[in-house]
Write a protein that binds this ligand. Structure first.
Ligand code: PGA
Length: 248
């Protein structure tokens, strides 16, 4: 059985003081949660978040990780820096990184290798744009992202994939549960073909894109959907808790 995983992606929101407040509001609301709960926060919030989640079930994640151990990489944050704080998860290849910061499947792969080498658990994002979808290129895009992004990877134990159709991120448009399930099913079949049945069976694949308390239950009921990567709704304690507690 794959354990559901709900992860918040705070993006570039919340100062350290705001982060502490949000976590303190969130803690009691998710105290009895069944899924694994992760918050991926800006680098400057990591220390305060680490202290604020102490004694709770909430796990800590970052929003990226450098591909190099150390050195002349201005603006990057290394795996060792994250590990020292106690970070467990890292988002890699989010569509905003791909769109605005030149992230490619190659750099996704390099960051992924580095995360795994340092025992960080990667949440690797894939997904098609609206234009690609309208041109019927969804499968082709996902195939490239997966084959190149996961090139050379053999151990998927700690990996989570987030399928996030770019047109559904922050737009209020959600893929229908059936549609998301079908596309995630395609991703799983591709993983099976490329990396084997055992990997495909155990790999957790989240849906992301305008997931909210109101649609979480329906999405999570789908056979192939093992969790959510939550942007906007992760910034309010009641909303995020409403998703985490989708079973009621
Ligand atoms: P959203 O973002 O929930 O605000 O659509 C999801 C994401 O970008 O991970």
């Amino acid at each position: 059985m794959r354990k559901p995983i709900i992860a918040g992606n705070w993006k570039m929101n919340k100062t350290a003081a705001e982060a502490e407040k949000l976590i303190n509001e969130l803690k009691p609301l998710v105290a009895k949660s069944k899924p694994e709960v992760v918050i991926c926060v800006p680098y400057t919030d990591l220390w305060i978040a680490k202290n604020a989640i102490a004694g709770s079930k909430i796990k800590l994640g970052a929003e990226n990780v450098a591909w190099a151990d150390s050195g002349a990489f201005t603006g990057e944050i290394s795996a060792a820096m994250l590990k020292e704080i106690g970070v467990e998860y890292v988002i890699i290849g989010h569509s905003e990184r791909r769109q605005y910061f030149g992230e490619t499947d190659k750099t996704v792969n390099m960051r992924l290798v580095q995360a795994l080498k340092n025992d960080l658990k990667p949440i690797v994002c894939v997904g098609e744009t609206l234009e690609e979808r309208e041109k019927n290129k969804t499968k082709k895009v996902l195939k490239k992202q997966i084959l190149e992004g996961f090139d050379g990877i053999t151990d998927f134990t700690n990996i989570v994939i987030a399928y996030e159709p770019v047109w559904a991120i922050g737009t209020g448009k959600t893929a229908t549960a059936e549609d998301a399930n079908k596309t995630i099913g395609y991703i799983r079949s591709l993983i099976k073909k490329t990396f084997g049945a055992e990997v495909a069976k155990n790999l957790r694949i989240q849906y992301g894109g305008s997931m909210k308390p109101g649609n979480a239950k329906e999405l999570m009921a789908m056979r192939n959907i093992d969790g959510g990567l939550i942007g906007g709704a992760a910034l309010k304690a009641e909303d995020f808790a409403g998703i985490v507690n989708y079973k009621g």
